[in-house]
Design a protein around this ligand. Sequence first.
Ligand code: HAM
Length: 448
Amino acid sequence: MVKSLLKLINISIFIAYFKPLWYNFPGDVTMKITKQKGTRDIILEDAKIWQYVENEVRKICREYNIGEIRTPIFEATELFARGVGDETDIVNKEMYTFLDKGGRSVTLRPELTAGVVRAYIENGLSTQMSPLKLWYIGNMYRYEKMQKGRYREFTQFGMELFGSNSYLADIETICVSYELFRRLGLADKIELTINSIGCSECRAKYITALKEYVKPRLENMCDNCKRRYEKNPMRIIDCKEEKCKKELENVPMITDYLCEECKSDFENVCNTLNEIGIPYVVDKKIVRGLDYYNKTVYEYTAKDLGLAAGGGGRYDKLVEVLGGNATPAVGFGLGLDRIILLLKEYHLCDNISENIDVYFAIIDKKAYSNGINLVNDLRRKGYIADIDICRRSFKSQLKYADKLGAKYVCIIGEDELSHNKCIMRNMKDGSQVECSLDTDEIVKCIGK
Ligand code: HAM
């Protein structure tokens, strides 16, 4: 009795003493952690749509002879401040910037052009080939107000073309971007709008005229416009506030201030688009939200949804601004999240899912090795094949195969195994045929 009492006291002391050590063991404390605002998990069927779009992107880039580039997700903050522009919304309000453990200011890329230009300079790509065409698919991060199609983590397919100052390079990037919409069946759902914002000379003249026009109206305009008047006047044109739009009704347009060269380049872009049959609308109000652009700028808008599906243009000074040799450049970025929204909206991705060709339902437990050999053989031949991995009942295996949308189920029971046979069940009409336990025979049955 005394002995067991002592034992109990010992155990209590042990628990009391060690409790703090194990009490907060992660497995003991349950806590539901949810994803960050503006981010999404892309799962199963959705992931298939992404794969479909990414495959089309890869095909197009291969056919257009564009090389791939992958750059880091974080870069020095200075790259975006200098590259994208201090006065842009992106740099001002939307960047995910933090100090790393070494005290350096780094930023999750809010766009990819600046990173590609940095890589172009840093890796001496100008000496390798000119012109050089690069493409990428990458995630980017902007701390934006959430709404349909606007996320804090999103993905762009982009292209950057270095080393040609001809309008033909602008056309090449428009052809590539338009081609993606065409192949996805979205060409008539989007509108391509283009403009020229001129070179630095024509822009300087225009900004003087713009400021002259805006000055007497500025007090009726929003705070954003007031700030932009000093720092980035061209962005005033882009203001979405009703009161500002009203004040800007008769604002001078950049196209009236283009120098001969910019005018002729823009005419060439428009004429070529007409000749190659890419529909577009000239929109003199496009100025774009990033500071690096000059001359041709363009945007793709999803007409019914009123969403920007992509944008691009020329940026002939950026390579120099970031420390490289003067190099003309042009490119675009398409919002893949928005493109996928459009595909879903217009039911253009309803039938892209590939069903599995054959599912192996094993009744005789001794048949698993035969099943694994056959299923792997079929996979090596390019068939989509799967096999029970839970040793479930035959009924559950059939139910699972049905859920997977399997075209055929290959059934191996004791009787079949002893005769080196299987039963191939057509899941569409329920018909069954006997077949040898042989990959080629099974392939014949599947009939693909
Ligand atoms: P951007 O106009 O800022 O251009 O973005 C291009 C596209 O990315 C937009 O038209 C939109 O489809 C998508 N996008 C932007 N922000 C979001 C968001 N928060 N959520 C979902 N989609 C979004 C650029 O980024 C330039 N770097 C494009 C470029 C490349 N210009 C020359 N080369």
